[in-house]
Ligand binder design. Structure first.
Ligand code: SAM
Length: 348
């Protein structure tokens, strides 16, 4: 037994447990508006922050102490301030690195712990809709900043000939659209096109309708509750799957359905979490987070559906290519990537 290795490993576990506790602290700070009240960067006392947010001063002080111990805020002379970089991640809802809203996804892992234990002792199945509702808003808020930063400016232009069609008026399907973050962003950018979002989870479709109305794009967006394998509409120029194909029980069936719903010169845009093909390639912070979340959310959802392929959130390009080849697509390529996403294009 190597004492040094043990000490090092215990240090890592303590850091992980502190990180897990800080996720709860981020969720609470976001909900109470504590980060937003600190966003201007001015140093404040705990009493100042408590008064500005209507919160209990002693608990605000303890919350601030935890933020300081984690390097989220800085402190001097009894005052705390949120540096600009931290504010982008924790307070600026419109920034591309805003992560505080998406932290709610991790709350679902704890809240649904009993379901996870039961699934792991039986058939492995937990349907998306059986999770605590914090997962649904959390997912929207986790993915939206990345879509807002990249979808219109980089991902659509990386596809062959797609933006020209969108500008002149195209028909687009957003399969597994959740709360419609991607649907609404595309509809805002391309007013001459029509967008149809599909998701098998009824409450998500209701939320997506609200988002489309609030964004003023309801005239060109329709939202329908349907699984990726059984929507009726066809004649699409573009069929999109944003961070959802790996969640589906029958991704080949969904890709085959997209194949028959596409026009002959149509395109599939597949956005998936960044991953290499082998576990060895994914032993890094992004892979770690996605494998862990996928154990609780993505893989059990897939196992709860017909076929139950269980791709997992770290499927990697080769397994995703196999899905589209099996479904009858003739071309499949990596159009672009970010540190968090693979952006893949399939054509008939
Ligand atoms: C991780 S969420 C992504 C949602 C959305 N695309 C986004 O990026 O915010 C996965 C979505 O896939 C949906 N989903 C899972 N299996 C499905 C299926 N077989 N057919 C249609 N939607 C499905 C879930 O309801 C959920 O909204």
């Amino acid at each position: 037994m190597d004492e040094m290795k043990l000490a090092e490993f215990m240090g890592r576990l303590v850091a992980d447990m502190g990180g897990a506790a800080m996720v709860a602290s981020i969720i609470v700070g976001e909900e109470l508006g504590l980060y937003r009240a600190l966003a201007d960067g001015r140093p404040v006392t705990a009493d100042d922050l408590a008064a500005a947010t209507g919160c209990h001063p002693r608990l605000v002080l303890e919350w601030l102490n935890a933020q300081a111990a984690s390097g989220y805020v800085e402190f001097a002379d009894g005052r705390f301030h949120l540096p600009e970089e931290q504010a982008l991640a924790l307070a600026a809802e419109d920034s591309p690195v805003y992560i505080a809203g998406g932290a709610a996804v991790l709350a679902a892992l704890f809240l649904d712990k009993d379901k996870q234990v039961a699934a792991m002792r039986s058939d492995g199945a937990i349907s998306w809709g059986d999770h605590h509702p914090c997962l649904f808003n959390g997912t929207e808020r986790f993915f939206r900043p990345g879509y807002k930063a990249n979808l219109v400016s980089a991902w659509l232009p990386a596809l062959d000939g797609v933006t020209a069609k969108l500008e002149s008026g195209a028909s687009v399907a957003d399969v597994g659209c959740g709360h419609g973050a991607s649907t609404v962003l595309m509809a805002e950018a391309y007013p001459s096109s029509r967008f149809t979002g599909f998701d098998f989870h009824g409450p998500s479709i209701d939320a997506a309708r609200e988002r489309a109305a609030a964004a003023g794009v309801a005239d060109r967006v329709s939202l329908t509750q349907a699984a990726g394998t059984d929507y009726d509409e066809s004649g699409f120029d573009l069929v999109c799957f944003f961070d959802c194909l790996h969640d589906m029980g029958d991704p080949v069936g969904a890709a085959r359905h997209a194949h028959q719903a596409l026009n002959d010169d149509g395109t599939v845009l597949l956005v998936e979490p960044f991953a290499g093909d082998r576990l060895e390639d994914n032993c890094n912070p992004v892979g770690r987070m996605f494998y862990a979340a996928s154990t609780f959310i993505c893989t059990p959802n897939s196992l709860s559906q017909d076929v139950g392929r269980g791709l997992g959130a770290q499927a990697g390009e080769t397994r995703l290519r196999d899905v589209f080849t099996e479904a009858g697509f003739s071309t499949f390529r990596r159009a672009t990537e970010t540190p968090f996403n693979l952006i893949l294009e399939a054509r008939k």
